[in-house]
Design a protein around this ligand. Structure first.
Ligand code: AMP
Ligand code: MG
Length: 493
């Protein structure tokens, strides 16, 4: 996602480290943020630093990689104006007041390319929104966010990114005592569905409108000045969410905690808690240990996205029309359109995975019949799609698959593209490697228990080129062999 520049900020002279921070969010009404500084930690130590990302942000990567104190919150970067963002959200369907309970926004880095990115510390100490939490984070979950968000980026899926993880030299207490850490998260913005819910719940129409105008300028500048800008905003956010969730479905990514506070208005994937990629295909797959009813299962993600967008639409009602009844009608009509929009993106995504360039009426049925076969066979999602293009002899002992394969081959003949073009298309849309759960766990265990970062570095290297087929990729392609449902992830970490 490429955020557009906001209306010309005052010229800022970049610091020697390359910091070029602006604070457009801090200029929004005071009910949307609380100013406070990160709480210093005992002994900051750099664990992983993202050099290419730092460079693309216009930062002096070599210098900053040595400055753990900055990424621990012990020292502020030049020009920082730290704040915690206020927001609300529907968690598992229930409305709650939330806010950054363990995160602090340092500012918005203006890059050499004219883009604007939030720089946020996660795990930086208590804030007025911490409720009963300690404001801290453990090393394992912060490295996990680093690995998976960078993998998503390499897969071509809009996402927040990870600039650094530092350890704090302090312990955090979860079920056990764990090394504390701070993650630096880079995002097009941290504006969430829940941010609008916060302003709406307080009945503060001025703040709501200022937030909507800010979001339009920042993420949808082409819509500024539209005849009905707030309805246009809702529709544009829906469009990006539909595209995003379709991309998740296409790689078997399960977010795990699709609460409305985890819906970024930029259209980026945000908040890597209990997320994971599925191995054996089953739409009922859930990894999160606390999602007992499967609310956020793979197969539910599209309808949950629509539900979340309906909460955003509710929050926007006062801006949609002066007459409430008409506002509700406009919102409903928009939300109803989500299913069609999503299905369009889903079809586009799965057509590409099957090497289809053109559109035929029976494509949906063709895709669905493969998915049904995969579910029945408990076939590995990633490897099945990746290996489709290289099948030389179709296994005749599986008549269901053989019949499907023949149908697919016949469908491929309806388009003008050559076999080579089909192959290249399929390779560009079916990753060879995803962050396999056991590989991620192995990397985290080595880092946490032995202080050995080499396992993670190797994994990161492979995940950075997910569509390549090298020998290096080979050993990272195997599923874990765990029984489906045996892998659990934890949030609130
Ligand atoms: P999440 O599940 O990560 O989206 O977080 C939901 C809410 O809980 C957010 O408001 C977080 O800031 C807050 N939160 C999560 N962990 C902590 C913690 N250790 N201390 C304070 N707040 C937290
Ligand atoms: Mg969250």
């Amino acid at each position: 996602m490429k955020p557009a520049p906001m209306s010309a900020p005052a010229p800022i002279t970049p610091s020697p480290s390359g910091w070029n921070l602006d604070h457009s969010y801090a200029r929004l009404p005071a009910m949307l943020h609380e100013h406070l500084e990160p709480t210093p930690v005992r002994e900051p130590r750099m664990v992983v630093f993202n050099h290419p990302l730092a460079q693309s942000l216009g930062l002096n990567a070599a210098a900053l990689a040595e400055q753990a104190a900055i990424f621990a919150g012990n020292e502020l970067p030049d020009g920082a104006s730290p704040l915690a963002q206020a927001y609300a959200g529907h968690q598992y369907g229930h409305f709650t007041g939330l806010g950054d309970g363990r995160a602090i926004l340092l500012g918005e880095q203006l890059t050499p390319a004219g883009e604007r990115y939030d720089v946020q510390l996660k795990g930086s100490g208590p804030t007025p929104f911490s409720r009963r939490g300690d404001g801290r984070a453990a090393l394992g979950p912060m490295l996990r966010e680093y690995i998976i968000s960078e993998a998503m980026h390499a897969l071509g899926i809009p996402t927040t990114r990870s600039l650094a993880v530092v350890t704090t030299g302090e312990k955090v207490f979860r079920q056990e005592s764990l090394p504390g850490a701070v993650l630096t998260r880079i995002a097009a913005s941290h504006i969430r569905g829940g941010t609008f819910e916060w302003a709406a719940a307080h009945g503060d129409k001025a703040a709501l409108q200022a937030l909507a105008d800010h979001t339009l300028q920042r993420h949808y500048p082409a819509l500024v000045g539209a005849a009905a800008p707030y309805l246009a905003l809702l529709e544009a956010v829906m469009e990006r969410q539909a595209a995003l969730i379709a991309q998740w479905q296409c790689v078997g990514f399960i977010h795990g905690v699709m609460n409305t506070d985890n819906v970024a208005l930029s259209g980026e994937t945000i908040d890597y808690g209990p997320c994971a990629f599925m191995d054996a295909f089953d739409p009922a797959t859930v990894f999160s240990s606390i999602d007992r009813n499967g609310r956020y299962a793979y197969g539910n993600q599209p309808q949950i996205a629509q539900w979340n967008l309906a909460r955003l639409a509710e929050a926007l009602l006062p801006l949609l029309h002066a007459d409430e009844k008409q506002a509700v009608e406009l919102a409903n009509a928009a939300i109803e359109g989500f299913k069609t929009t999503f299905e369009g993106h889903w079809l586009t995504g799965f057509r590409a995975k099957l090497g289809l360039f053109t559109k035929e009426a029976e494509d949906r049925a063709l895709i669905e019949s493969l998915l049904t076969w995969m579910r029945d066979q408990k076939a590995d999602f990633t490897n099945t799609f990746r290996s489709l293009s290289t099948i030389e002899t179709v296994p005749q002992e599986d008549p269901a698959f053989a019949a499907w394969h023949a149908q697919w081959q016949a469908r491929l003949k309806l388009q003008p593209q050559s076999a080579d073009e089909v192959l290249a298309h399929m390779h560009a849309h079916n990753p060879a490697v995803i962050p396999r759960n056991h590989r991620v766990e192995e990397a985290l265990a080595a880092a946490q228990k032995r202080g050995d970062l080499s396992v993670m570095q190797r994994l990161l290297e492979v995940l950075a080129k997910p569509y390549e087929d090298g020998a290096q990729q080979g050993e990272f392609r195997m599923p874990s062999g765990l029984a489906p449902g045996a892998y659990q992830t934890f949030c609130g970490t």
